[in-house]
Design a binder for this molecule. Structure first.
Ligand code: ZN
Length: 92
């Protein structure tokens, strides 16, 4: 087995260990409440991710918000369809 020929001095060990540094945490601010949070994670302050409530101590709240959003999307789609149909009728 290979063995070290000489003793590593304390200075040499210290020089190596001096290169160990703490890296700064890369955080961004929540777009909703401005609370600092890690990127690509749910905000720990308001529980929102990508402007959508994801985490809450109230399950009902999440469900209600989701339902609300879906209903909004449905209404928007219906309005688009109606507009398209009206355009077609005008052309005829
Ligand atoms: Zn937030």
């Amino acid at each position: 087995m290979a063995l070290p020929k000489r003793k590593h001095s304390k200075a040499r060990t210290g020089k190596r260990k001096a290169q160990w540094k703490i890296a700064l945490i890369n955080y961004s601010l929540c777009s909703r409440c401005g609370h600092p949070r890690l990127p690509h994670t749910v905000c720990s302050n308001c529980g929102y991710y990508n402007n959508e409530l994801v985490v809450s101590h109230l399950r009902e709240e999440i469900r209600a918000k989701r339902k609300e959003r879906k209903q909004k999307e449905m209404i928007e789609e219906m309005e688009k369809r109606i507009e398209e149909e009206e355009k077609k009728k005008k052309k005829e």
